[in-house]
Structure formats: C-alpha cells, structure tokens
Design a protein around this ligand. Structure first.
Ligand SMILES: NC(=O)c1ccc[n+]([C@@H]2O[C@H](COP(=O)([O-])OP(=O)(O)OC[C@H]3O[C@@H](n4cnc5c(N)ncnc54)[C@H](OP(=O)(O)O)[C@@H]3O)[C@@H](O)[C@H]2O)c1
Length: 305
C-alpha cells in the first residue's frame, strides 16, 4: 500500500535505477534526478516525475533517497538539497561513503530538523532489479521506522545497526570480507590454471569443501566467460577498500591484507579496468603469471601420417 509521502530519488546508476523503479512499481509517487538526464527520462515512462536539479527534488519530496557514487558526490548533492528540503523530511543515503563524512552531512540536516539515515545496501544489480537487496541502516531509530515500507519495496533483509554511520560500518565490513575472498579466489584459480587444472573441476572440488563461498560461485563464471561488464565496478570496490583503511586508521585497527588488496585493485584501475566489474581485478594476476583463468583447450588429436 502506498503511503501519502512524496518520494525523491537521486542517482540512477546501476543500483539506483532499478531501486527507483521498484518504488514506482510499488505505487509510490517518485520524483527522480540524475546528473545524466537521459536515465531519468527513461524512468518517466514508468511514472516518475523528472526534476531538473537536486534542489527541485528537495522542494517536491519529503522522503528522499540517494544512491550516488562516492563521498564527494554525496557532499555535492547534499549541499543542493540543504537549500530546499523542508523540516520534518527525511534523507536516506544508500551510497557507500565514508562513515565520518556521512555523520558530518547528517548533522547538518539534523540541525535543520531533517532526519538523515545511512542505508547502504548489498545484493548488487540483480538484487536491486529483483527487489531483494539487504539494507544496513544507521541513524536514529524513529527515522528508521519511518522508512521501513520503502526499504521493503526495494529489499528483503533490513537491519538496523545503531546510530549514525553504523550502517556504513557494517557495509564496509561486508565488502572487506568480500574483496579478500575475491583475492583468495583469484590467487587460487590462477595457480590451479597454471598447474593445468580446469577451473570448472576446481570449482566443483571447492564447492564440496569448507572453502566454498557464494561470492566465488557468482564471480568465477564471468571470469571464465571473460565478461567484465559491471555489476559492481572495480573503481567502486577500490573506493570501498580505501574507506575500510580510513576506518581502520581512525579506530586503531591494522588491516594488512586489506591494504594489499587496495593496492592490487588500484593497480588494476590504473591499467584501465575501473569501469569494469571488480571481477576484472583477476587480470592483473593473470598477466603476472602469464595464464588466463579459462577452460583449457583440449589437446588437438594427433594426426597420423
Ligand atoms: N553496483 C553494486 O553492486 C553495488 C552494490 C552495493 C553498493 N553499491 C554502492 O552504491 C553506490 C552506487 O553504485 P552503482 O553501481 O549504482 O554506481 P554507478 O552506476 O556508477 O552510479 C552512480 C550514480 O551516481 C551519479 N553521480 C556520480 N557522481 C555524481 C555527482 N558528482 N553528482 C551527481 N550525481 C553523481 C551518477 O550519475 P551519472 O549517471 O550522471 O554518471 C550515477 O547515477 C556506490 O557507492 C557503490 O559503491 C554498489
């Protein structure tokens, strides 16, 4: 059942576009804004109202979702929203950004009587499309309770983690573990392939062991198929690794393996893979080892003379 609130959605990228579409599908009235306007216009066909600026979304909507790229983009858009959002409204940031930056932005909204929640998500493009995302929410509980119905239109699992920035801390924890599992997968499969094993056989062995991981099940097939169009781009995973290190420094937690993976993924970004899926990070190791993680070509039958 659609509530009476008017919704806003800013940032219609890989995640934001299907998330906003699911809000429209659930019957909500949604004003959308995207820096590249064409993507917003596509959503107008699904009933969205297209705004010319973030300020216009702030004037029209009282529950406003953001799904932008990084901390800088959220700071820029927040400045515009602060010009127009009405007291009593609520801003929900689904972008993965620095918890410190998020707390500072949230404080500025709260001073104007506007609630602010960090609500990063996981589930990638497929979860955003199917409406099965997981949300990790930080901020005041009353604000969290006000947005439950909207999060349920976009996701399945919704966690309240505590005060401002705690949703982001949970999200960074999850991506830290995911990035390190990926690096373990890359090293294991490059070694196995160099030894002459077929990756599909190694995957079967892995799936019968305690080292199995859903992330490997999801990321190995595109590696084998050499298909790196982005579900979650390498530049954003690299950004998240930087945020984990920032958090580790602030909290006095050494993160040695994370630091190494940050550098390795940074090298892959420097090689031009930033806009590809983060699975493309395996290509750095493949280049160093002189092997590609793909199925071995069967030996050609020997020709009898
Ligand atoms: N993809 C995933 O699997 C996934 C999963 C969980 C969390 N996340 C996080 O969710 C966020 C969005 O991810 P995504 O994959 O949807 O990224 P994306 O496809 O790159 O989309 C980024 C969006 O932000 C907009 N944007 C970027 N900089 C801006 C600025 N300075 N001012 C205004 N708009 C700006 C882009 O507008 P344009 O269209 O004009 O470029 C686009 O709409 C990121 O923080 C990411 O780390 C992603």
């Amino acid at each position: 059942m659609a509530g009476p609130q008017k919704l806003g959605f800013l940032g219609l990228g890989i995640m934001g576009y299907p998330m906003a579409k699911n809000l429209l599908r659930a019957g909500y009235s949604v004003t959308v804004y995207n820096r590249t306007r064409e993507k917003a216009e596509e959503l107008a066909r699904n009933g969205a109202t297209v705004a010319d600026s973030p300020t216009e979304v702030g004037r029209r909507a009282s529950v406003i979702f953001l799904c932008l790229g990084d901390s800088d983009s959220v700071c820029q858009v927040a400045e515009k929203l602060l010009e127009s959002v009405q007291p009593g409204s609520i801003v929900v940031d689904c972008t993965t950004i620095s918890p410190t930056v998020s707390r500072a932005i949230g404080e500025r909204f709260r001073k104007r009587g506007i609630a602010f929640l960090d609500a990063p998500c996981s589930g990638s493009k497929a979860g955003a499309t199917k409406g099965t995302l997981t949300f990790m929410v930080g901020g005041d509980r009353e604000g969290f309770e006000r947005i439950g119905e909207y999060l349920r239109a976009m996701g399945e699992k919704i966690f309240y983690l505590g005060g401002p920035g705690m949703g982001l801390q949970a999200k960074l924890t999850q991506n830290l573990i995911g990035a390190l599992i990926f690096q373990a997968m890359a090293e294991g499969f490059v070694l196995a392939r160099k030894a002459g094993l077929a990756p599909s056989s190694v995957l079967e062995v892995l799936q019968a062991s305690v080292a199995r991981a859903p992330l490997i099940d999801a990321k190995l097939p595109p590696v084998l198929a050499r298909r790196f169009e982005p579900n979650f781009s390498l530049k954003w995973m690299h950004k998240d690794l930087g945020l984990m290190l920032e958090s580790g420094r602030q909290l006095g937690v050494p993160l040695p393996a994370t630091a190494l993976v940050h550098e390795l993924f940074g090298a892959s970004v420097a090689m031009g893979h930033g806009e590809e899926d983060f699975a493309a990070a395996i290509t750095l190791l493949e280049t160093l080892a002189g092997v590609e993680v793909s199925e071995p070509v069967p030996d050609s039958p020997r020709l009898e003379s």
